[in-house]
Design a protein around this ligand. Structure first.
Ligand code: NAP
Length: 307
């Protein structure tokens, strides 16, 4: 089994530049040895425009991290696994559930590691929230995930196309936290999906789960942005704010830090551990809930959207 070492990044876009490149640069485990992108380049790193060409030219690159949108990701993931390299996937791990299962099987057959990452699970206060909730009775839960698509996803038309998941692209981060910190499995009861008349994926969604847990996801939030998960329990009120980075108990700060900069370093450390241990980590629970929202959802056609 290859040790962590040389890694390549595929899809040099927003998240690769904002998070992956700095996280790899700061990592004791990894060296960014190549990139693959039709347009993006990282200064000082060899850039390829074709993935198969990179895999053939650089046999010492043992691990490839894919930062592409979900629809083009599967073909790239197959190529990486076919070439016998370890594979790290941005969230959501694919455009469909079945394709992620196929990748998992391919990785097993090839004897390499696959890691379907959920960066929000690495947020500063998620582990503390999980500990606090354990053993407590949850009476009600509410997710409020409202952000401005124009600010965070400028010009990313793919996100509102079929397979782009729309507001579930950020909303799945909330569901990744929820499925991590709750002791019980979640069941979706209903979903309302607001789809712009000129797009394919929802721009807003309201979900109801068993256990009196609800979610309000909206991509049209201007002004203050909200990424909150709140629970009323038999022992008080817990709020995880700023995407899981800040914890409040009964309205009083109780831990965490208002910074997302620890999430990707934690993912790369975990990837190194998986490679060293010859292990994999693929949890589809957040994506199953999104798929269920598309299965059960009532579709409301709303005003056309333009960036
Ligand atoms: P992006 O900037 O729109 O796309 C990333 C790169 O993928 C692009 O630079 C492009 O590179 C390549 N690409 C785009 N469409 C493609 C296609 N149809 N075929 C082949 N390559 C294509 O997206 P992003 O915001 O970085 O998001 C990528 C993934 O990261 C998504 O799954 C998203 O959910 C996740 N993510 C994003 C954020 C965020 O804040 N944006 C945060 C966390 C996770 P080339 O054209 O140069 O090849």
């Amino acid at each position: 089994m290859a040790a962590p070492g040389q890694i390549a990044l595929v899809g040099i876009g927003k998240i690769a530049r904002d998070q992956h490149v700095p996280a790899i640069a700061a990592s004791p485990d990894w060296t960014l040895a190549a990139t693959v992108s039709r347009n993006g380049r990282i200064e000082g790193v060899e850039g390829f425009t074709d993935l198969d060409e990179m895999l053939a030219a650089r046999p010492k690159i043992g691990t490839v991290s894919l930062c592409l949108p979900p629809v083009p990701r599967f073909a790239a993931a197959q190529a990486v696994l076919r070439a016998g390299r370890h594979l790290m996937l941005e969230k959501p791990p694919g455009a469909t559930l079945a394709e992620v299962r196929i990748l998992e099987e391919m990785a097993r057959a090839q004897g390499v590691s696959i890691f379907a990452t959920w960066h929000s699970r690495e947020a500063e206060a998620v582990a503390a929230a999980k500990r606090w909730l354990s053993g407590r009775e949850i009476r009600e839960g509410r997710i409020t995930w409202r952000e401005d698509i124009r600010k965070w996803h400028p010009g990313q038309d793919w996100i509102l196309e079929a397979g782009g998941m729309g507001v579930f692209d950020p909303g799945i981060n909330a569901l990744s936290i929820l499925t991590e910190i709750l002791p019980q499995k979640l069941r979706l009861i209903s979903a309302d999906l607001d789809v712009p008349e000129n797009r394919q994926a929802p721009i807003a969604a309201r979900l109801e789960f068993g256990g009196r847990i609800s979610a309000d996801l909206d991509f049209r939030q201007e002004g203050p942005q909200t990424w909150d998960v709140e629970f009323q329990t038999d022992a008080g009120h817990l709020a995880l704010r700023m995407g899981g980075n800040v914890l409040e108990i009964d309205g009083t700060p109780a831990g965490g830090e208002n910074s997302i900069m620890g999430e990707y370093p934690a993912l790369y450390a975990r990837m190194a551990e998986l490679v060293r241990d010859g292990a994999s980590d693929v949890d589809l629970a957040p994506m199953m809930l999104v798929a269920d929202a598309f299965l059960l959802g009532r579709r409301n056609v709303v005003e056309a959207f333009a960036f």
